[in-house]
Design a protein around this ligand. Structure first.
Ligand code: DGJ
Length: 747
C-alpha cells in the first residue's frame, strides 16, 4: 500500500519509487504540509521537516506556516484555498482533522472528468476528513497516488452537514505550501494562433498567477504550470508540475511570503464563482494532477504524457492508431461544392490519406461566418444530397468521413435563434456582445443540452460518420442565466462547463466508435478536461511549421503527442506567409497526429509523390509517433536548432530542425535519450526527407545505445562538405535496435 499512516506522529506518507508526499495532523488540529519531493524512506517519520510557526510581528499558535488546505480568517493571511459565506455573513471556518481513510484504487468525480485506473493496484487513495463543528461543514481532501506515474491526483469534496445554507466562494482543487521559493515558474501563455509559448520567470515575493475569465480555459494561459529549480533543465534537476482537469475559468497561482515560503494553488477561478450548498448537499472540485521529477522537465512531461494518454483519454480510440486526415478548411474555407470535395477526396485516397474531414460551412445557408450556427441541417446548394449522400460517396472511395460542428453556438441569423432567442447567453435588457458574429448557447440549461444531444444524435446517425471535430470559436460574455436565481448567478460558469461535459459524455457514450477532436479556434480550450472525452485536439490555427515547432514543444510540456493535431498545409502559409519545404512541414507534423489541410488537387505531381512517401513513412512509424516515449532534445525557443525524438523499446525517430541557415556553422552534438545503453542500433537517415549528405555520412551505421546517448549524433560537423541547406531545413534519423545476433557480430 503506497500510503502509510503513522499514528504516533500522525503523519501520512504517500509514495512511489520516485516521489514522496508527506502531510501531518498538527497540534492545532490543522493539516500541515511536511514534504513534497524525491522519495524518503516511508518507514520513518519526519518531525524535523514539519512546519513550525515563525515569530514575526504577531504570533498566533493557530497559524501554521505550511497549511495543507489553508482557510480564510484564522491568521494565515496568504490567499486561502477555501472560503465560504455562512448565514450570518461570516466567512470564518476552522475545520479540524476528524478522520482518515486509506483504500486501494481511485474514485471518480461525478459530472467531472478525472483520471482513472484499470486495476486497483494502479493507485491508492487517502481521504482526509476535516470538520467544522459550528457550521457542520465537512471537507474531504482526496489524494490518489499512482503506482506507475510520478503523479498525485487531488480534489476536494465539500459537504454541507449543517442546518443552514452556505455559499462557497473559493474551493481550490489543490494547495501546496513549499518551504522555499528558489524556483522558476514556467507557464504556457499566448493568443489565438500563437498558443503554448513557454515562458519562464523566477518566483518573486508576492503573488504571480495565471488564469482565465473567458468561460473556457483560453488561448492566453493553459491550466498548467511547472516550477523548476534554477539549475534544472530538460534532463536534470527538480521540477514540479500542476495541471487542472478543467475547461472553464481557472486560477493557478504561486505566492511567495516574507519567509520565502511558496504557496501554490490551482482550481476554479474564485473571481467568477460562487455556489450555494443546501443542507445535505455536496460540491466536488475538478481534479488537479501534481507531478514531480528529480530528473528534469522532460521526465515530468513523460509522466504527464503516459498518464493522460492511457488513464485520462478513454474509449475506443484511446489506444488505436489515429487516422491521417485531410481537412478542407484551409483548402476551401467556406467556398466548396460536393463536386469539389469529391475531387479532393479522390486525390486524398491516392496519397494514402484515411479520413476526409468536412469543416465549417456545410450547414444552413452558411457561406461565411455571419450565419446558421445552430441549424445543423445540410446546406443544400453546396450539398444537394446532404451529409448522408456525401459521406456515403466519400466512404465509397475508401476514406472514412468526419464532420465539423460547433454545438455551443448560435448565429443571430439562424432558425434556432429565431425560435429560441432566449437560449443565447446574455443579460435581459442589455446588448449581447457578438464575437465572430455569434452568440453562445446557455449550456448551463439542461433543456438546451438535451436539444443539442437530440439534434446531433440524429445528424451522426444519419450518415457513416466516424470522426467529429467539435469547435468553439468565441469566449463567453454577459454571463447570466434565466435558470438561476439572482443570488446563484455565480454558479453560471461552472454549470456551463458541466453542461459541456454532459453533452460530451452523452455523445461519446452513444457513439463510442466516433473519434472526437476538440478545438476552440485552435488551442483555446486545449486542456486535460476535454482530453477525457476527445483524445486529440486541434492545437492551433497556426499551421506554419516553424511556428509549430514552438507550439508543439510548449504543448508537449504537459500533453502527449497522441493529443496534438498537427497538419501539413500549403505554402505560402496562410498565417505567416512563410515558404518552407514540404519535408520540413511534414517532419514537424509527424510529431503529433498527422493530417493535411490543403487542396491536394492543386499539388504538382512531384509534391504528390513526396506526400505519398511521407504518409507511407508515418503509417509505418505511427504507433511510435503517437504512443512512443517523447523527448525534447533541443528547444526551438530563440535557438537556431530544434530536435525531438520518440522511442519505443526497438526503434526511435529523431527529428533535427535547422531554423535559420548560417555560413560555416558550428557543430551540434545531439545526445539521444531513452535508448538501451547495452543495445546496438542501426542508424539511418530518412531518405525521403531533404537530408544532408554530410550528416548521413557522419552519423549512420551500427552504433551503441551508450554511444548515442553519451556521445550523440554530430551534426553540422566541421570538415564535412556541407551543402547550403537554406532556412527551415529538417532531417529525420531512424534507429532500429538490432537482434542480439547482429550485436554479437558487431561487437
Ligand atoms: C476555427 C478552427 O480552429 C479552424 O480549424 C476551423 O475549423 C474554423 N474554426 C472554422 O470556422
Amino acid at each position: 500500500m503506497p500510503i502509510r499512516y503513522n499514528p504516533e506522529a500522525r503523519e501520512f506518507h504517500l509514495y512511489n519509487d520516485s516521489f514522496s508526499y508527506i502531510i501531518k495532523v498538527l497540534e492545532n488540529g490543522y493539516i500541515g504540509q511536511v514534504y513534497c519531493g524525491a522519495p524518503l524512506n516511508p518507514s520513518r517519520t519526519y518531525p524535523l521537516l514539519s512546519p513550525v510557526p515563525f515569530h514575526g510581528f504577531s504570533n498566533n499558535f493557530r497559524s501554521t506556516p505550511r497549511f495543507e488546505y489553508p482557510l480564510y480568517g484564522n491568521g494565515d493571511y496568504k490567499y486561502p484555498a477555501f472560503a465560504a459565506v455562512f448565514e450570518n455573513g461570516s466567512s470564518v471556518i476552522e475545520p479540524e482533522y476528524a478522520a482518515y481513510q486509506i483504500s486501494i484504487g481511485k474514485p471518480g468525480i461525478p459530472g467531472l472528468p478525472s483520471t482513472y485506473i484499470e486495476d486497483e493496484e494502479e493507485a491508492c487513495t487517502l481521504e482526509l476528513e476535516l470538520f467544522d463543528a459550528p457550521s457542520g461543514v465537512r471537507l474531504i481532501l482526496y489524494y490518489s497516488i499512482f503506482t506507475f506515474f510520478n503523479c498525485l491526483a487531488r480534489h476536494v469534496r465539500i459537504i454541507n452537514g449543517g442546518k443552514r445554507r452556505i455559499t462557497l466562494k473559493n474551493v481550490m482543487s489543490l494547495n501546496l505550501d513549499l518551504p522555499d521559493s528558489d524556483w522558476n515558474l514556467v507557464t504556457l501563455t499566448g493568443a489565438w494562433a500563437r498558443e503554448f509559448q513557454a515562458t519562464c520567470r523566477p518566483l518573486a515575493p508576492g503573488l504571480q498567477e495565471i488564469s482565465s475569465l473567458r468561460g473556457i480555459s483560453g488561448h492566453e494561459q493553459n491550466p498548467f504550470l511547472l516550477l523548476k529549480r534554477p539549475g534544472t533543465d530538460e534532463f536534470q534537476g527538480e521540477a514540479l508540475g500542476l495541471s487542472l482537469l478543467y475547461s472553464g475559468n481557472f486560477l493557478a497561482s504561486a505566492e511567495v511570503d516574507s519567509y520565502d515560503l511558496t504557496r501554490l494553488r490551482m482550481g476554479i477561478n474564485p473571481e467568477t464563482f460562487s455556489w450555494e450548498l443546501a443542507p445535505g448537499e455536496f460540491f466536488d472540485t475538478p481534479e488537479a494532477i501534481l507531478a514531480y521529477s528529480a530528473g528534469g522537465i522532460n521526465r515530468l512531461s513523460q509522466d504527464y504524457h503516459r498518464l493522460y494518454r492511457t488513464r485520462l483519454a478513454r474509449g475506443t480510440w484511446r489506444d488505436k492508431e489515429r487516422p491521417i486526415l485531410l481537412n478542407n478548411w484551409e483548402a476551401t474555407y467556406f467556398d466548396f461544392t460536393e463536386k469539389k470535395l469529391l475531387e479532393m477526396a479522390d486525390t486524398a485516397v491516392s496519397l494514402g490519406i484515411e479520413l476526409f474531414v468536412l469543416d465549417d460551412g456545410w450547414f444552413g445557408s452558411r457561406d461565411d461566418d455571419t450565419t446558421s450556427l445552430g441549424d445543423w441541417v445540410p446546406h443544400t446548394r453546396k450539398l444537394p444530397g446532404g451529409i448522408s449522400s456525401l459521406a456515403k460517396a466519400i466512404t465509397g472511395k475508401g476514406l472514412a468521413f468526419g464532420l465539423w460542428i460547433e454545438p455551443e453556438m448560435v448565429s443571430p441569423k439562424s432558425r434556432l435563434f429565431e425560435i429560441h432567442p432566449d437560449w443565447a447567453v446574455g443579460v435581459p435588457n442589455r446588448p449581447r456582445t457578438e464575437e465572430r458574429q455569434q452568440y453562445v448557447l446557455d449550456m448551463s440549461r439542461k433543456e438546451i443540452v438535451d436539444h443539442l444531444f437530440s439534434v446531433l444524435s440524429q445528424l451522426i446517425s444519419s450518415a457513416p460518420i466516424s470522426y467529429i471535430k467539435w469547435d468553439m470559436n468565441r469566449s463567453l460574455t454577459e454571463p447570466w442565466s434565466p435558470s438561476l436565481l439572482p443570488h446563484r448567478q455565480g454558479e453560471f460558469f461552472h454549470r456551463y462547463c458541466l453542461g459541456v461535459y454532459d453533452l460530451y459524455n452523452r455523445l461519446t457514450g452513444a457513439f463510442p466508435h466516433i473519434l472526437f477532436e476538440s478545438c476552440a479556434g485552435g488551442g483555446g480550450r486545449f486542456d486535460p478536461g476535454l482530453l477525457a472525452f476527445a483524445p486529440q485536439g486541434w492545437l492551433s490555427d497556426d499551421t506554419d511549421a516553424l511556428e509549430r515547432l514552438t507550439i508543439q514543444a510548449g504543448a508537449s510540456l504537459c500533453y502527449p503527442l497522441s493529443a496534438l493535431g498537427a497538419h501539413v498545409s500549403a505554402v505560402p502559409n496562410h498565417q505567416t506567409g512563410r515558404q518552407s519545404s514540404l519535408a520540413f512541414r511534414a517532419m514537424t507534423a509527424f510529431f503529433g497526429v498527422l493530417g493535411f489541410e490543403q487542396d491536394p488537387t492543386k499539388l504538382h505531381s512531384d509534391e504528390k509523390k513526396k506526400i505519398a512517401e511521407h504518409i507511407k513513412f508515418y503509417k509505418a512509424h505511427r504507433a511510435l509517433f503517437q504512443q512512443g516515449c517523447f523527448s525534447r532534445l533541443l528547444s526551438p525557443a530563440g535557438a537556431s536548432y530544434a530536435a525531438w525524438m520518440v522511442s519505443s523499446g526497438d526503434q526511435a525517430v529523431v527529428g533535427f530542425y535547422k531554423l535559420l541557415s548560417r555560413p560555416n556553422p558550428k557543430p551540434v552534438i545531439l545526445r539521444l535519450r531513452d535508448l538501451d545503453p547495452a543495445a546496438v542500433y542501426e542508424v539511418s537517415v530518412w531518405e525521403a526527407g531533404g537530408f544532408d549528405p554530410g550528416d548521413r555520412e557522419g552519423n549512420c551505421g551500427f552504433r551503441g545505445g551508450d554511444e548515442l546517448m553519451r556521445g550523440g549524433l554530430l551534426l553540422n560537423a566541421p570538415g564535412l562538405d556541407h551543402p547550403m541547406t537554406g532556412d527551415f531545413f529538417a532531417e529525420l534519423f531512424l534507429l532500429r535496435r538490432q537482434e542480439p545476433r547482429v550485436t554479437g557480430e558487431i561487437a
